[in-house]
Design a protein around this ligand. Structure first.
Ligand code: MN
Length: 288
């Protein structure tokens, strides 16, 4: 826990749109909900995808994600509950466990696997894809595991507990900071009857995803398993979130890149030609 320097919020953002995720399957047959889909990539630039997974049925997760490539962006996996092993072609390996975060910069390319190390019990968490600026898409791959104890946390005077995965909130710096996209990634636990406020730069695109209970933002109710896209306005310098009953959510925000987005599955580049190059490099073993 760290001493708080409360963010002064003049005016909260409002909710522009509520999004229901799409049930789908990925990897070798993992059931998940795709909350941020392709049609929202421009609106939520620099974020490309958000998957929510959560099940106590091993059939939904046991197959995991065997070897597959990525190029041109970063993957951030936040495990609320469960155990998953990561291995990649850049020689990185790690075990992601309850409350931990894995941050991988694919850059010019990695081949990796993400395989559960549990045969029963609950597996629950999120995978977020954060775009890289054009100038960094071919950077060297980077990887780091943050066990739960390495994620900075704070508690407000009302008892709201906040885990700061990236960026900063109320004076507390997160585990990761990034130039250019300047991402903020918070996990916020609100007891019943509490209010939480945090600053968000006005130019950042931002959303919340509620995964327990329900919250109110500027008079709009957001139920569990719903994303609320936060409206951008020049005079709205943060967000104020109210919970009548206990609720949990993630809050994600970042500075948009305003660059072309061309995606082909696990490759996200700026031009079609760069996608063809990625496929050619992958097929000819140039990702190692
Ligand atoms: Mn992957």
């Amino acid at each position: 826990m760290t001493a708080l320097i409360p963010d002064a919020i003049r005016k909260t953002r409002t909710i522009e749109q509520i999004v229901t995720g799409v049930a789908t399957s990925d990897g070798a047959g993992v059931s998940l909900t795709r909350v941020l889909t392709g049609r929202l990539q421009q609106r939520l630039d620099p974020f490309l995808m958000l998957d929510a997974f959560g099940s106590d049925d091993p059939h939904d997760y046991i197959a995991g994600f065997p070897d597959h490539p990525h190029r041109g962006f970063e993957t951030i996996t936040y495990m609320l509950s469960g155990r998953m092993r990561h291995r990649d072609s850049a020689g990185h390996e790690g075990l992601l466990e309850n409350g931990g975060v894995q941050w991988m910069t694919a850059g010019r390319g990695v081949i990796h696997s993400e395989i559960p190390e549990q045969e029963n019990g609950v597996m629950e968490g999120f995978q977020l894809w954060l775009n890289l600026p054009a100038a960094s898409k071919m950077a060297e791959p980077w990887y780091r595991d943050f066990p739960a104890v390495a994620i900075p946390e704070y508690r407000t005077s009302e008892g709201v507990e906040v885990r700061v995965i990236a960026g900063g909130s109320n004076g507390v710096a997160g585990a990761v900071t990034r130039d250019t996209t300047d991402p903020i990634y918070l996990d916020v636990h609100l007891p019943a009857g509490t209010t939480f406020a945090t600053a968000i730069p006005t130019t950042h695109n931002a959303f919340v995803y509620v995964y327990r209970g329900a919250v109110n933002i500027s008079g709009t109710r957001i139920e569990s398993q719903r994303m609320g896209i936060l409206h951008n306005a020049a005079d709205s310098d943060g967000v104020i979130i109210q919970a009548d009953s206990a609720a949990r959510l993630i809050l994600v925000a970042g500075q948009p890149l305003h660059e072309p987005i061309v995606q082909y599955g696990p490759f996200v580049m700026n031009t079609q030609q760069q996608i063809h190059q990625a496929l050619d490099d992958f097929r000819n073993g140039r990702f190692n």
